[in-house]
Design a protein around this ligand. Structure first.
Ligand SMILES: Cc1cc2nc3c(=O)[nH]c(=O)nc-3n(C[C@H](O)[C@H](O)[C@H](O)COP(=O)(O)O)c2cc1C
Length: 203
């Protein structure tokens, strides 16, 4: 069965993004094994000279390596991704490169109307950086606005149009994952370039 790692893009205990991923985990249980990953409590990235990466980041990198793809659900703080998500991605691009050529589906929720659209746009740019270089599913957004009202007491999404949209995007993501497996001609070079890349050597 297809295996996805679903990163909860926040360190908050009360998160509608976590709820969305938990819903997806149940809703798509017959299609994929979705394992939720938390980033709470990771040390703050401080660019250590010895390049020591914390165990939490190494463990998640290993899971991403093994997975067919990654789903990231991001909240929106001050029109961007939470610092905790950025922090996790900084560790996950510091001497380790689990995201290179990895298919990624972005989702997000917010309390307001726009459903984390600005944070998702930022996340695309972040994931395209030289040491992350993920393969982000193109032309797709799952924006869940008014997220505090979006779930019933069982944790199900109540808006059927939103569920239909999520069904469509998830099916597209499965196709995208299959297509990505064929886009492997430069994967060795891509990995090597990410490994060799150094900000210190830029003139
Ligand atoms: C400091 C702070 C900044 C926020 N900035 C935004 C924002 O720019 N856009 C937005 O839609 N919600 C904003 N919110 C509200 C929610 O935190 C946000 O909608 C978030 O996506 C909810 O995700 P969560 O339920 O997973 O925590 C902000 C909240 C806080 C505490």
């Amino acid at each position: 069965m297809t295996k996805f790692i679903a990163i909860v893009g926040t360190n908050s205990d009360q998160s509608t993004n976590r709820k969305l991923l938990q819903f997806m985990q149940q809703h798509f249980a017959d299609k994929a094994d979705i394992e939720l990953a938390e980033i709470k409590g990771w040390p703050i990235f401080n660019k250590p000279e010895d390049k020591h990466v914390p165990a939490e980041a190494l463990a998640l990198a290993d899971k991403i390596d093994q997975a067919d793809g990654v789903i990231i659900s991001t909240p929106e703080y001050d029109h961007s991704v939470p610092a905790s998500l950025m922090n996790a991605l900084e560790w996950l691009s510091y001497g380790i490169h689990p995201f290179v050529d990895k298919p990624v589906m972005i989702t997000g929720t917010s309390y307001g109307t726009l459903g984390s659209s600005r944070a998702q746009a930022h996340l695309r740019i972040i994931l395209d950086s030289p040491e992350l270089r993920a393969r982000i599913m193109p032309s797709s957004e799952f924006l869940l606005g008014h997220s505090l009202q979006a779930f019933d007491e069982d944790g199900d999404l109540t808006d059927t149009e939103k569920v239909d949209k999520l069904d469509g995007l998830f099916a597209d993501f499965e196709t995208f994952v299959d297509l990505t497996k064929q886009l492997n001609n430069a994967s060795g070079i891509n990995k090597q370039e990410a490994t060799d890349f150094s900000w210190d050597n830029l003139g």
